[in-house]
Design a protein around this ligand. Structure first.
Ligand code: GLN
Length: 346
């Protein structure tokens, strides 16, 4: 005898179908609709358009950075689907410098939760130069931002590990997972900055005095300095940015590096201070979370779509790579990457 499906079963089937419809709809909304060819030609155009720009100057307050070849120019775009598009000097490496701050922050949020970062460090922009001491004094160590030195030093002091070696191993392991390969330290850059980082030591000690340094200030400054000296090429930066664009999963290795919730908060803090006191101008021009470093790299993230890594050592007065800013602004406009861009329904 044939069995008729009852009304409860019909409701159940309809609910399942609706869920499938919404989940796939959402996935579709997030999907990268740009083709590899479109991205490749935009990257090539950007390279040709800006390769002869000669504005800016290498950082020299860290002596070893003044020695880096200023002509290195590499662009890498990695999509959420794992396509890699590279152009220029893609094998040349520079030290991450402040770009590392993003990944230290990601580790702390992932391990301790979003509220812990907000309460123990802060997330508002200081609006001042990246190594300014005034915000610490004005705010008594509170409301620092992990994308500039005081907040980054506090963040580093919160990295999990019972001692220096454990903390360092956790950092290099995690950053390598973001990049999808084993990263190493540029020893001359590390030694050069370690010999000249009295200002960062002062920031760390002042934060310690305000009880906003959660591990030994001398060792914390040294771990931070070493993390800033990690070597990366443009592809590493593109891959690290793409891991953020893909909700914390490296799109090539498939490894879950941090949670999607962590990424939401990381990208928000990047928007507030990723390009230091020029973060407002940057957001206005690109509509993308970004982070620069005085080594000459900049990363930018188009959530759900792609990550960009650009290297060119000459910097502007604020400490941001001149060519990398031009390239990313161009790619944002050309490929429609501005997060706030909306097509009207009617
Ligand atoms: N290591 C550098 C410093 O602390 C990083 C600064 C930067 O890239 N803006 O001064």
């Amino acid at each position: 005898m044939k069995r008729r499906i009852n009304i409860t079963e019909v409701k159940f089937i309809l609910t399942v179908l609706l869920c499938i419809f919404f989940i796939s709809g959402n996935a579709f909304a997030q999907k990268n609709t740009l083709t590899k060819d479109e991205i490749t030609s935009a990257v090539k155009e950007a390279y040709d358009k800006f390769k002869n720009v000669s504005e800016g100057k290498n950082a020299d307050y860290i002596p070893a950075l003044a020695e880096v070849n200023p002509n290195i120019f590499g662009i890498s775009v990695v999509t959420a689907e794992g396509d890699v598009i590279e152009f220029g000097d893609i094998n040349d490496m520079v030290s991450m410098q402040s770009i590392e701050k993003v990944f230290a922050m990601a580790m702390v949020i992932d391990e301790m939760g979003a509220d812990a970062l907000k309460e123990k460090i802060g997330v508002d922009a200081t609006g001042m130069k990246f190594n300014a001491i005034e915000p610490i004094e004005w705010k008594k160590g509170k409301e620092m931002n992990p994308c500039v030195n005081p907040g980054a030093l506090s963040t580093t002091s919160l990295i999990r590990g019972a001692n220096y070696d454990e903390k360092w191993n956790n950092i290099i392991t995690k950053y390598s997972e973001f990049a999808g390969r084993d990263l190493t330290v540029n020893q001359p850059v590390y030694e050069s900055e370690a010999a000249t980082n009295q200002r960062n030591q002062a920031l760390a000690h002042l934060l310690f005095a305000y009880e906003r340094m959660y591990y030994d200030p001398v060792q914390t400054t040294d771990i931070y300095t070493k993390a800033c000296a990690i070597n990366v090429n443009a592809k590493d930066l593109g891959m690290m940015a793409a891991t953020l664009c893909n909700g914390g999963v490296n799109p090539v290795t498939g490894k879950t590096v941090v949670s999607p919730e962590t990424v939401e908060h990381v990208l928000a803090v990047m928007v507030t201070a990723g390009l230091y006191d020029d973060s407002g101008i940057w957001l206005y021009d690109t509509g993308m979370p970004g982070k620069s470093g005085v080594g000459g790299g900049i990363i930018a993230v188009a959530p759900g779509k792609l990550g960009i890594g650009v290297i060119s050592p000459p910097l502007d007065d604020v400490g941001n790579s001149v060519k990398a800013q031009y390239v990313i602004k161009y790619l944002s406009e050309k490929l429609g990457l501005n997060m706030y861009s909306v097509q009207p329904k009617k």
